[in-house]
Design a protein around this ligand. Structure first.
Ligand code: SF4
Length: 382
């Protein structure tokens, strides 16, 4: 079986080159060809010795994902649907703005966390993506857009790990992918412009801080454990107090001095002024902290309903009042902006296709899913 070189960060690629009898520094050349120049054929890599290229040709591949579809929005947003085999597909979204280009990347096919307001959660978990499948989304988008726009310079300046899946439940594949995104020999993304969004996998937040401290976003959605246990079942394992401590700890290594908290507005569930006050209280310093509390920026996300959820989006007035209550307490709060409405790439509309895991033996039924992490395509995050 051929080795997919997209699966390696630079260190692992150096190990691999060494295992082929080459000097470790050859890996840097190879890495640049793949990620900076988008090479897919070893023949192109003319500064590598012919004998090395022949070896690479016989053992390795640079394996792209198969594009199932592409949609272009009037506002410039682009959505790709990629086939990842066995009936599963994932989506990747590019959001261009005047001063930046942001790519939203998926980390899993489906998701095991099962948040009640998330269609991906309702569909269940299919499998983790490999490092190569995570990076192939970036590799493809960057080099496709560069060729189309005829621009030699980098197109993607910001990355959000907010597509389908819980990235911190696929940590072993995520970590090398992040390292490659950050590497100056690959995409050179700044730590501040690379955001991992999590529903609160506490031990992995700590590990992320050690291995690749990038910007952190947390899907909060509730200000107390009783409610969060219902909305984000992972809360039963890692309750709010533990999550809060992990966030405070993370700030000591984070590239930004705040954590982004995402809060999906659900009518009659989590959107009262009491909830807003509780949220303010949760962020305030506890006795051991004295001064700062948890510095956070809150993104309010109008819920995009889907039938199985039985949930409804809060009214504009409620979102406004909730936001005002937070702002009055001195908390930076934004309401999510929508992009790519006309191609269903807006927050909460992003629809991949995965097998219905609840009915997998009987039919290969493909169903729409709405990865809720993608609800978080919020300008203020980027
Ligand atoms: S919101 Fe995120 S963590 Fe929760 S089920 Fe959806 S994809 Fe998974």
């Amino acid at each position: 079986m051929l080795v997919n070189l997209l699966d390696f960060d630079l260190e692992h690629l150096s190990d691999y080159c060494e295992s082929l009898g080459e000097k470790r520094f050859r890996a840097t050349q190879l890495f640049r060809w793949i990620h900076q120049r988008g090479a897919q054929n070893f023949d192109q890599m003319t500064d590598l010795a012919k004998s090395f290229r022949v070896q690479l040709e016989s053992h390795c591949t640079i394996s792209p994902l198969k594009v199932l579809s592409r949609q272009n929005s009037k506002d410039g947003t682009i959505k790709w649907l990629f086939d990842v085999g066995a009936g599963d597909a994932i989506e990747t979204v590019f959001i261009p703005e005047e001063d930046r280009g942001t790519l939203c990347i998926s980390s899993q096919a489906g998701c095991a966390v099962g948040c009640v307001f998330c269609s991906t959660g309702h569909q269940g978990f299919s499998r983790n993506l490999s490092t190569g499948e995570i990076l192939a989304q970036l590799w493809f988008a960057e080099h496709t857009l560069r060729a189309e726009l005829d621009r030699p310079e980098r197109i993607i300046s910001n990355i959000v790990m907010m597509g389908m899946g819980e990235p911190l439940q696929n940590y072993s594949a995520l970590a090398p992918a992040l390292k490659t995104m950050l590497s100056d020999h690959a995409y050179g993304i700044s730590r501040r412009r690379l955001t991992v969004s999590t529903s609160g996998v506490v031990p992995m937040i700590e590990r992320l801080g050690r291995d690749a401290p990038v910007a952190l976003a947390v899907s909060l959605h509730a200000p107390n454990d009783a409610l969060r246990d219902r909305l984000v079942p992972l809360n039963k394992k890692y309750p709010l107090a533990e999550l809060r401590s992990a966030c405070v700890e993370y700030l000591s290594v984070a590239p930004r001095d705040f954590i982004t908290l995402e809060y999906c507005m659900l009518e009659g569930v989590n959107d009262s002024l009491d909830h807003a006050r509780e949220l303010v209280q949760w962020l305030r310093p506890n006795p051991s902290e004295r001064r700062v509390g948890l510095p956070a920026k809150i993104n309010l996300i109008p819920f995009n309903p889907f039938p199985a959820s039985g949930l409804v989006c809060s009214s504009n007035e409620t979102v406004k009042a909730f936001s005002q209550a937070l702002l009055s307490a001195g908390i930076v709060t934004t309401v999510r902006k929508t992009r790519g409405d006309d191609i269903d790439a807006a927050c909460g509309q992003l629809a991949g296709e995965v097998l219905d895991r609840t009915n997998v033996q009987t039919r290969m039924t493909k169903q729409k899913v709405i990865p809720l992490h993608t609800h978080k395509l919020v300008e203020s995050l980027l």
